[in-house]
Design a protein around this ligand. Structure first.
Ligand SMILES: [Zn+2]
Length: 270
């Protein structure tokens, strides 16, 4: 395997073996970092990071699995809170697969959101909040996909109780893995509609100290998890369509799901 080359941007080191792909990813990562930091911090001109985040542009999911193990995935982010400098996390590594058809519009904003939340919350982020907010940043077909997954489980009455979702510390296996992402995404989107991005961060911080019932009351004026659960069922998960619609949608999405392109520029491998 050829050695890693490095493409430098102000806030990222893109380690790669394909200069053109690295430039596309690096430039997009910078733009996304600014946009996402503006949302999360309210700052018009976000300050540069103390230390660049590393993006490893791997050839494909096979190489990703070799490096990160576990379930096959499009991307992954490792934020190490053990390496702090003046309260800032210094070690952030994002793994991306160059043959990912949704790299620029879905996987990259997802992983950069993990890096940003890691910075803002000191790496101590509940799984649902970390994955929900990251999934909510995805564009392209992904929001439709999450909606379809969620509707499928809502129809079967198999969604998580929010109290259980809040307490989860590991990723579920099999089909419930997709539900976990879809439900977390739907909940994060609801909270980001009910309040601001700063409120979402405040909820996570308060919940750490005093639990979700008190944190929801204080930040959103909601009388606890049960009330949020009802609100989510009505406005988030409750938007299920009738069966024929649902199956048509699923068929369409399956066709669109394979071999997606990014901005007309395909980074797919051979
Ligand atoms: Zn993630």
């Amino acid at each position: 395997m050829a050695p890693w080359l490095i493409y430098w941007t102000p806030n990222f080191r893109v380690l790669h073996r394909d200069a053109r792909a690295a430039q596309v990813v690096g430039l997009r990562a910078e733009r996304l970092r600014d946009q996402l930091l503006q949302r999360w911090t309210g700052e018009s001109y976000p300050a540069p990071w103390l230390k660049r985040a590393d993006i490893y542009l791997l050839s494909g999911t096979d190489e990703m699995n070799d490096q990160t193990g576990g379930e096959p995935k499009a991307g992954s982010t490792l934020v190490r809170p053990s390496q702090l400098y003046r309260g800032r996390i210094l070690s952030r590594r994002v793994n991306l697969a160059q043959d990912d058809g949704q790299l620029l519009e879905a996987t990259l904003p997802h992983e950069i959101t993990h890096v940003i939340l890691g910075d803002l919350l000191g790496g101590q982020i509940p799984l649902w909040a970390n994955e929900g907010a990251a999934a909510a940043a995805e564009t392209g077909d992904k929001q439709d996909y999450y909606g379809q997954v969620l509707r499928r489980f809502v129809l079967r009455r198999q969604t998580y109780r929010l109290a259980d979702l809040f307490a989860m510390q590991g990723y579920p296996d099999g089909p419930f893995n997709a539900l976990f992402y879809a439900q977390s995404c739907s909940l994060a989107r609801l909270l980001l509609r009910l309040g601001s991005y700063a409120d979402f961060l405040a909820l996570v911080r308060h919940a750490r100290v005093s639990g979700y019932d008190e944190a929801l009351e204080r930040v959103y004026g909601l009388a606890g998890v049960t009330v949020l659960q009802r609100r989510w069922l009505v406005t988030g998960a409750g938007r299920t369509k009738s069966y024929p619609w649902y199956f048509e949608e699923l068929k369409r999405s399956r066709r669109g799901w394979i071999g997606g392109q990014m901005d007309g520029l395909c980074l797919a491998g051979p």
